[in-house]
Write a protein that binds this ligand. Structure first.
Ligand code: FMN
Length: 208
């Protein structure tokens, strides 16, 4: 038995300590690499690891966007204005460009250009997606959830299109995309990321 005896109380920790614990213990997190179009038409791209899938009927994803000391992040401004965003799946070869796209830059700077990526217009939603990605969710903003004083806005998006690289393999007879081919990146604490080096398959117990 492992005794977890150091018993911390969130109210006694600094915001930075809470952030460190949260982001190094809730791991690995998928990265919602969000692409949006600015009010003035400039494409925008930024990663968010407070991101997850929350429903399949309808297909919903959720992303928690932190506020800046002053004002809102461009992604939030844009998805509010256009009612849409795309979520681009980060495969291993896109780790560096994903990181580059997280730079804090003014709204008129196109992070696609910054990271040498191709912005392709979605034909389902008013947002671009990353042409180099092997899988993309095209989303309409469904709702924002008030986090009661937290300096974050939780955005829920309904997936209205799923774009896939046709060469991406799935498990036979299913839509289960093979992780060995997708090679998704996960966010760990600090500057650490996980990549798929080894996949273990464990079947669910049959209790009928
Ligand atoms: C891997 C990674 C994950 C991130 N996750 C989040 C997140 O969940 N929420 C958040 O507010 N910022 C997150 N950030 C920081 C944003 O990407 C960063 O603030 C970005 O500049 C926002 O861009 P925007 O102003 O164009 O929306 C993350 C950065 C990295 C590199």
């Amino acid at each position: 038995m492992i005794l977890a005896t150091e018993h911390l109380t969130p109210g006694e920790l600094s915001a930075l300590e809470r952030y460190h614990l949260m982001t190094s213990l809730v791991v690995p997190r998928p990265i919602g690499w969000l692409s949006t179009r600015g009010v003035d038409g400039v494409p925008n791209l930024a990663p968010f690891s407070y991101f997850t899938a929350i429903s399949v009927r309808p297909m919903l994803v959720a992303v928690s966007i932190g506020h800046k000391k002053v004002g809102l992040k461009d992604s939030l401004v844009n998805l509010r204005h256009r009612g849409a965003f795309c979520v681009n799946v980060v495969s291993e070869e896109l780790l560096e460009p994903m990181n580059e796209s997280s730079a804090t830059v003014p709204p008129d700077v196109d992070e696609f250009e910054l990271a040498s990526l191709t912005a392709v217009d979605s034909d389902r939603v008013d947002a671009p997606y990353v042409g180099e990605c092997r899988a993309v969710f095209e989303c309409r903003v469904q709702q924002e959830v008030d986090l009661r004083g937290a300096p974050n806005t939780l955005v829920i998006g309904e997936v209205v299109g799923v774009r896939l690289d046709p060469s991406l393999g799935s498990e036979e007879g299913t839509r289960i995309i093979r992780p060995e081919e997708l090679r998704p990146v996960g966010r760990l604490g600090g500057a650490a990321y996980s990549v798929v080096d080894q996949v273990r398959r464990v079947l669910r117990p049959d209790r009928r």
